[in-house]
Write a protein of this length. Structure first.
Length: 247
């Protein structure tokens, strides 16, 4: 036997022994040739955990809110998970005719796990209950991102992108008649372009065929608590309510 042949046989024997240690005893004749870089996998070795960003964010065609929440899980798909106390998913009627979408949870929301439960939330609740004349529990309220941005900063584009499927899923699940976008980030996301809220508030738009009414965020109204701003928001909410009640 030539030296070259001896070396070849020795290499083959070493390979067979290595594969045996990995629990591989035979290959079917039709087995595909593994890619050179792929390491052999054994039953005892768990598959590597995919990064969160690669995890499923798809739902059934008309998911329930529970399904969307379940796919969201204990999400770490973006850096906002690092500073949150808890995920603030959404609150209200799962069959609501009107969905309010804000920007992201603030301090109180992060602590209590309920969207719009701080000062801005009190104003929103008052606008819904006293202004529109319906209980808050009749509408659904959620945010573009489900975790509090540090210092209440505006969510960054990659954070919005990471969280967006869950807002889409919530809207799919509820199937509202009207969406009220509270402030620029929510309006920009739903309309698919950067908008100036002062220019587009009070005008109708659409998100996948659902009428969208952009209006000022209650936090802005609190900062600029003028009769004029309160009147404008009130007009927007009246229009949203009328649209939701159209036959
Ligand atoms: S903001 Fe959304 S995508 Fe980011 S960690 Fe929280 S739930 Fe996940």
């Amino acid at each position: 036997m030539s030296n070259a042949l001896r070396e070849l046989v020795a290499s083959a024997r070493a390979l067979v022994e290595e594969l045996a240690e990995e629990g591989i005893e035979a290959f079917p004749r039709t087995a595909a040739i593994p890619a050179p870089a792929a390491a052999p996998r054994t039953e005892s070795r768990p598959a590597p955990t995919p990064p969160e960003t690669a995890r499923a964010t798809t739902f059934s065609e008309r998911p329930s809110l529970d399904e969307v929440r379940s796919v969201l899980g204990d999400c770490t798909r973006c850096r906002l998970s690092e500073g949150r106390t808890q995920i603030v998913f959404g609150d209200g009627n799962p069959h609501a005719a009107i969905v309010f979408v804000g920007e992201g949870p603030g301090e109180q929301e992060d602590l209590r796990g309920i969207p719009f439960c701080g000062r801005a939330g009190e104003l929103l609740t008052s606008m819904i209950e006293k202004g529109m004349g319906i209980p808050r529990s009749e509408v659904y309220i959620c945010n573009v991102v489900k975790c509090r941005p540090p210092g209440n900063r505006t969510p960054l584009p990659d954070e919005v992108t990471a969280c967006r499927p869950f807002l889409d899923g919530q809207i799919q699940a509820i199937g509202p008649r009207v969406i009220v976008a509270l402030g620029k980030p929510a309006a920009s996301l739903l309309l698919g372009r950067d908008v100036a809220i002062t220019k587009i508030r009070g005008t109708w738009h659409a998100y996948h065929g659902i009428p969208v009414m952009p209006t000022f965020h209650p936090a802005y109204v609190l900062r600029q608590y003028t009769p004029e701003n309160r009147r404008l928001v009130w007009e927007d909410l009246k229009a949203a309510l009328a649209k939701a009640r159209e036959r």
